[in-house]
Ligand binder design. Sequence first.
Ligand code: 5RP
Length: 233
Amino acid sequence: MALLNPDEAKRLAAAKALELVKPGMRLGLGTGTTAAHFVDLLGAKVAEGLDVLCVPTSERTRTQADTYKIPLSTLDATPELDLTIDGADEFDPQLRLIKGGGGAHLREKMVAAASKRMVVITDASKAVQTLGKFPLPIEINVFGAEATRLMIIRAAAACGCQGDVKLRRIPSGGPYVTDNGHYIVDASFGAIPDPEKLSTALLEIPGVIEHGLFIGLAKAVICAGSEGIEIFG
Ligand code: 5RP
């Protein structure tokens, strides 16, 4: 197979995932550049008459899907979904993920949890043996954000994770605010030796809304690279 750049690989994975979509399905639509390829391809199918109902995981994805006139719903109106297709920042051999590079992991996790099946689409650069090279996004409450940040540092250290925990900022310097009106801190741990332990510890901190570790949610990962497509799970 010809050498693919990461964007071509993302589109290839998205095209493979499209084969899983059947008429009448209720779909969760992820967020990010890979998920955007899936929305593009799904939009073309909808234009040809495919009947689906979709719940987007971000305002960005909602806007994109709207341009294709993909029938859209909300998780309140459609609380049970058949399939969610989403990207990831990292996945490990147990299909545990880091997500939230695009700041949408709270809605992404809620939508994935409401789905019978979550299938992840990635390029080959997202495969890792140990999660944590990609900084872990953690959505936190605006109130007491600095106190929460310090608690995260202490809780993570007790789980063997050390490194910078930085408030995410927009280019003009202000804090990044999620679709849900919260802040995000990005935790550069380098490696997360026990993702389950860290997940539990982070969720015990009152100011933490949700972190980007997805454990037990992905049923399969469609990973595309220059060797072709590999399906894990
Ligand atoms: C957004 C996400 C994305 O799925 C993740 O950041 C991967 O993005 P991309 O497909 O652009 O590489 O979790 O919150």
